[in-house]
Structures are given as C-alpha cells and as structure tokens.
Design a protein around this ligand. Structure first.
Ligand code: SAM
Length: 214
C-alpha cells in the first residue's frame, strides 16, 4: 500500500517533468522577503523538490550556489540542461532520508514539496531537514492550505487528518496553522502567513513560512 503511493508519486511527477526551456520559467517572488538571509548565506542553498527550477533560477540570479534536488530524474536532467551554472544536483526520494552530512546548510528551500506525506513521514522528513541545517539555519517553505479548494483541499478520501488520497492514488496534505505549528514544533517559527499564489491557472492558497533550527 505504502509502496504503491510512493511509485504513483514518482510516476506522476516524472511524467510531468517534460523538457522545457529556461525562458519558459515563470519565477514568482515569494522569496524576496527573505533576501537578507539568502544573500548573506555562505553555504550552498538546497532547493528540495526543485521541480522545474523556479526557485533554483531565482537563487542563481541572486548569485547563490544552489544544489537542486528532486525524486524525478527528468526534473534533475532538465535542471542540468537548463541551468549549467547550478552548483550541484541530487536525485533522491526524501522519504529515504537526505544524502547530506549533519549541519551542512544555512538555508534550505522547500517550495510546495512537503505536503505529500503521511504524518510519520512528514515528521521524519522535517527531522532530516533539521539534521542537515546548521544551528540557527533557516528552512523557507510553502505548503498547501486547507483553503486550497482549487487544488483538491477537502476532496477525495481523507486517510489521515487533512491528508487526502487523489484519484490517481497519490497523497496530498493540506495544512491549517495548527497543523504547521504541530509539524514544525522542533523549529522556531519566524514567519508564517496564509497567502494566494497566482502562478498556476487557478489561484492557489498556501502557507508561506520561514523557520529556524533551535
Ligand atoms: C509541486 S512540485 C514543486 C516544484 C518546485 N519546488 C516549485 O515550486 O515550482 C513538487 C515537487 O516535489 C517533488 N517531490 C514530491 N515528492 C517527493 C519526494 N518524496 N522526494 C523528493 N521529491 C519529491 C516532485 O517530484 C515535484 O518536482
């Protein structure tokens, strides 16, 4: 059952990541408010679940060294082709841990990639993120809001609180503020806000957050 979910997620995302050109990428400016910590960081920045590389491109444009990560080999190959200046890439499934040493990163970006997991796996992934962050290091993230009705909130079979099974048998979690405070309880929450993103065809409601390692 769990393996089926993992395989379905991999197949879905790997099929979605078709070839594209760098010029086709639409950056949205959600990281701008965190420019001061981004610009002053010295270690490479990890872009977890990088997908097509919207955030990788934003960070490269700011002159930062970026390591782009995704489970999808197609996504990673696209990143290598479109962003030859990227500092590094890693293809791995976050459910199996993060292939990095303890205390390696000042900043980790996780944009719309932490809301696909069961409770125990979400906690495990956040624990891994904490392990590889330096003390005081920041995780900057966006996750689905429970109000994201255009993108499946409250739809399908609820298999855990706020975790739904999609028609193609993948998992999608939607957070409210209480959920975020629960899942990120081992971090200091420095910023948290529910917002609307307009990058997709239909507007998307999400939480934007910045937390630091205690
Ligand atoms: C909605 S896309 C977000 C892409 C990009 N961060 C952005 O905001 O444009 C989610 C990405 O997370 C990746 N992803 C989902 N589950 C993953 C997992 N278990 N391990 C690694 N990557 C995963 C997918 O392959 C996909 O590229």
């Amino acid at each position: 059952m769990f393996n089926r979910e993992i395989n379905n997620s991999f197949k879905y995302w790997n099929n979605l990541h078709k070839e594209y050109n760098r010029n086709d990428i639409k950056i949205d400016d959600w990281l701008v408010d965190f420019n001061s910590i981004i610009l002053s960081s010295n270690t490479p920045i990890l872009d977890l679940g990088c997908g097509s590389g919207n955030d990788t491109l934003y960070l490269i444009n700011k002159g930062k060294k970026v390591i782009s990560c995704d489970q999808s080999i197609n996504a990673i190959n696209n990143i290598k082709r479109n962003f030859p200046e990227v500092y590094g890439t890693k293809c791995f499934n976050m459910l199996h841990g993060m292939p990095f040493d303890d205390n390696s990163f000042e900043i980790i970006i996780a944009d719309l990639c932490l809301h696909y997991f069961r409770k125990k796996d979400t906690l495990k992934i956040l624990n891994e993120i904490k392990r590889i962050l330096i003390s005081g290091g920041h995780l900057i993230f966006r996750v689905n809001s429970i109000n994201d009705v255009n993108h499946g909130a409250g739809q399908g079979k609820e298999i855990e609180h706020h975790l739904y099974e999609t028609d193609d048998k993948r998992l999608k979690r939607f957070f409210n503020e209480e959920d975020i405070r629960y899942f990120f309880r081992d971090f200091n929450i420095e910023y948290l806000n529910e917002e609307i993103m307009t990058r997709y065809k239909h507007e998307k409601r999400l939480y934007r957050g910045c937390v630091s390692k205690k």
